[in-house]
Write a protein that binds this ligand. Structure first.
Ligand code: FAD
Length: 310
């Protein structure tokens, strides 16, 4: 069995594996796709101390760094089931989709998340060519330009407020007849001169010139009329879905499906830790996921050295 089994090979999982291996304990990492969301990212400008890098490059560095240690890397392996130990200090079991079963004294879950997409024509084609999901990451790329934010929940309204300070104009589009964000955010939004809010609007299409995004089409749900907004960027803010469907019966999840953790990264099950975008951590970013993965690994080590000898 492993002493630490990490499930997920993004920034959080890679950091957890390195921190564990550096303690000289038997460490394994199983990942569906080593690199995680970073693989889908073009330019990264907020990975502190590296002023600019690209996703695939950072993913390769993550893997290379993990490989410098004695870590058993199981890439292209999807975990399907977690069976927590029956008694404290016992072995947890992770069952892979291919039927194999991995046993470990501690488990670190770092399966990340995926952005909810609109599922409209053009969205995929213009992804990273104007369509984006992360205002913290890509906001500055649209300095002085016109953008739309899709979604009037807290994240959409926060994004609109954030972007209004950077871009020329923000159009916020909400499907419902009213915004769902906290009142204090809505008040702040209402005070900004370069933001226009459109409610009861269904985005139906994203258009471009083949190279980059040029406009968005929406349907007015009250009148059935179709409108076009010319712009350079679209920030889709309709939710981040944690990859935790397979954990429902094993550990406590929040009502959004995020793994509930404490400040040490421990879940509701002793000996099972979690880190990164799959958890209740308030912000989802690379440096934050790496810090959380390191925390979880150190906590797993602390947990193990306190276990009584068998
Ligand atoms: P992830 O990166 O999501 O990794 C999850 C890992 O778990 C993957 O290896 C995945 O294959 C694996 N996995 C999932 N389910 C299973 C399973 N059942 N079994 C086994 N393995 C599984 N952040 C920044 O800080 N700066 C940026 O510029 C930036 N730009 C971004 C651009 C885009 C397009 C996207 C999508 C995200 C961006 N982010 C950025 C956010 C950043 O990528 C994430 O916060 C970070 O990758 C989270 O790391 P993680 O390890 O928690 O999860």
């Amino acid at each position: 069995p492993f002493e630490v089994l990490v499930v997920g090979g993004g920034p959080a999982g890679a950091a957890a594996a390195i921190y564990s291996a550096r303690k000289g304990i038997r460490t394994g990492i199983a990942a569906e796709r080593f690199g995680g969301q970073v693989l889908d990212t073009m330019s990264i400008e907020n990975f502190i101390s590296v002023s600019h890098t690209e996703g695939p490059k950072l993913a390769a560095h993550l893997e290379q760094h993990v490989k410098e240690y004695d870590v058993d890397i199981m890439n292209h392996q999807r975990a399907a089931k977690l069976v927590p130990a029956r008694h404290e200090g016992g072995l947890h079991e992770v069952v892979l989709e291919n039927g194999a079963s991995l046993k470990a004294r501690t488990v670190i879950l770092s399966t990340g998340a995926r952005w909810r997409t609109m599922g409209v024509p053009g969205e995929e084609e213009y992804r990273n060519k104007g369509v984006t999901y992360c205002p913290h990451c890509d906001g500055p790329l649209f300095k002085g330009k016109r953008v739309a934010v899709i979604g009037g929940g807290n994240s959409g309204v926060e994004a609109a407020i954030d972007l209004a300070g950077l871009v020329a104009h923000v159009t916020l589009i909400e499907y419902d007849s009213q915004l769902r964000a906290d009142a204090v955010l809505q008040r702040k939004l209402g005070s900004l001169p370069n933001v226009k809010v459109i409610t009861s609007a269904l985005t139906t299409q994203v258009d471009g010139d083949g190279e980059k995004l040029t406009s968005l089409t929406y349907k007015d749900r009250n009148h059935g009329t179709v409108h076009q907004v010319e712009l350079e960027g679209i920030f889709v803010q309709i939710g981040l879905v944690p990859n935790t469907e397979w954990l429902k019966d094993a550990i406590a999840l929040s009502n959004r499906g995020e793994i509930e953790i404490d400040a040490r990264g421990e879940t509701s099950q002793p000996g099972i830790f979690a880190a990164g975008d799959c958890t209740t951590v308030p912000y989802k970013q690379i440096v934050i996921a790496m810090g959380a993965g390191s925390t979880a690994a150190l906590s797993a080590f602390d947990y193990m050295i306190r276990l009584p000898d068998e």
